[in-house]
Design a binder for this molecule. Structure first.
Ligand SMILES: [Zn+2]
Length: 215
């Protein structure tokens, strides 16, 4: 079976960097998964979401307000998820199947209140402006393998990540990887992403919980 990997982008949608990322995906003919902030969805940015869907990308939930959800109570957490799920369903006609916690900040209340699998990924510190495109790419290329999820950000102004895609995508293609969405990655690898299990998946075969000590 071919080696597969999922590119993912957080903190959209917007009409600038989201579009630049989509142009790169188009250039290399690959798909990706976008985790949206509900409060960033508006009449204009919605068009970027529709464009992504037309290109075969998948749209998932990254909360409504992008708060550290460990500070929120159960009802507020549920409201955050519902708002963004409803907005995505309205725009795309498909209900999100995955959740990415803002700041990858997770506690037991969140695990029990959110009815979606939690997704993290291998990042390239691409939220730090001083990290160059080359460094972002090499951090990711050193960390990933078959079944991995790559964590990047399409927040406005994050041009170095757009640039890094010109290194990351060709290199992984040369290594024999196929790019798929997060749901396709789990499905194709014969794995099921668990719900309420405390796992924050960076790879499809991950079993460590968020509160387990690192091996
Ligand atoms: Zn985020």
């Amino acid at each position: 079976m071919t080696k597969q990997i999922a590119l993912t982008f957080d903190d959209g949608p917007n009409t600038t960097t989201t579009i630049d990322v989509l142009e790169k995906l188009k250039k290399y003919n690959v798909s990706a998964t976008f985790f949206l902030i509900g409060d960033s969805i508006n009449e204009e940015s919605e068009k970027s979401v529709k464009k992504a869907v037309e290109m075969g990308c998948e749209i998932e939930n990254h909360s409504k307000t992008h708060s550290d959800m460990q500070t929120l109570d159960e009802q507020t957490i549920k409201d955050e998820i519902k708002y963004t799920t409803d907005e995505i369903t309205r725009i795309t006609g498909r209900k999100p199947e995955f959740f990415r916690p803002p700041y990858i900040s997770v506690n037991e209340t969140m695990v029990q209140s959110i009815d979606l699998p939690f997704i993290c990924g291998h990042g390239g510190r691409d939220w730090e402006d001083e990290v160059s495109a080359e460094e972002r790419a090499s951090l990711i290329l050193d960390a990933v393998d078959d079944g991995s999820i790559i964590l990047l950000h399409d927040m406005p102004g994050n041009d170095k990540t757009v640039e890094a895609l010109d290194i990351i995508i060709p290199e992984l293609k040369a290594r024999g990887f196929e790019f798929v969405t997060v749901s396709a990655l789990f499905k194709n690898k014969g794995k099921k992403a668990g719900v309420h299990n405390g796992v924050v998946y960076s790879d499809v075969d991950q079993t460590l919980r968020f509160d387990d000590p690192l091996p």
